[in-house]
Design a protein around this ligand. Structure first.
Ligand code: FES
Length: 110
C-alpha cells in the first residue's frame, strides 16, 4: 500500500498508509488527521485545502477549473495549494507529502 505524509499545523509529520483510490481528504479522515471536508468532495467548499510539497507537485494531475475556482476562496492559498478531495491516491503518488494550511479559526485581523 502506498504511504503519504501529512504535516500538521504544529509541524508534526505523520506518515500514514494511503489506500489506493481514496482521496487525500478521505485518507486524512481515515487516519484522524484534522482536515475538514465540509462538502465531502463535491467541489463546493475549500475546507479540504492542502499545500502540496513542491517536489511532489509535478506528479499530480492539473487541477480542474472548478477546483481552481474553489481554491481561490481558500484561506492561506499558496502556489502549490490543492483541494485534498481532488487528489486520488495511486501507486505513482507513493510518498506524497502535503501540509495542512494555517487554521482559519485562528486567523485574526487577516
Ligand atoms: S471537501 Fe469540499 S471541495 Fe473538497
Amino acid at each position: 500500500m502506498p504511504k503519504m505524509t501529512f504535516i500538521e499545523r504544529d509541524g508534526t509529520r505523520r506518515e500514514v498508509d494511503a489506500p489506493l483510490g481514496l482521496s487525500v481528504m478521505e485518507i486524512a479522515h481515515l487516519r484522524g488527521v484534522d482536515l475538514e471536508g465540509a462538502c465531502e468532495g463535491s467541489l463546493a467548499c475549500s475546507t479540504c485545502h492542502v499545500i502540496v510539497d513542491p517536489d511532489d507537485l509535478e506528479r499530480l494531475n492539473e487541477p480542474s477549473e472548478d477546483e481552481e475556482d474553489m481554491l481561490d476562496l481558500a484561506f492561506g492559498l499558496t502556489e502549490t495549494s490543492r483541494l485534498g478531495c481532488q487528489i486520488i491516491m495511486t501507486e505513482e503518488l507513493d510518498g506524497l507529502t502535503v501540509r495542512l494550511p494555517p487554521d482559519t479559526r485562528d486567523a485574526r485581523n487577516g
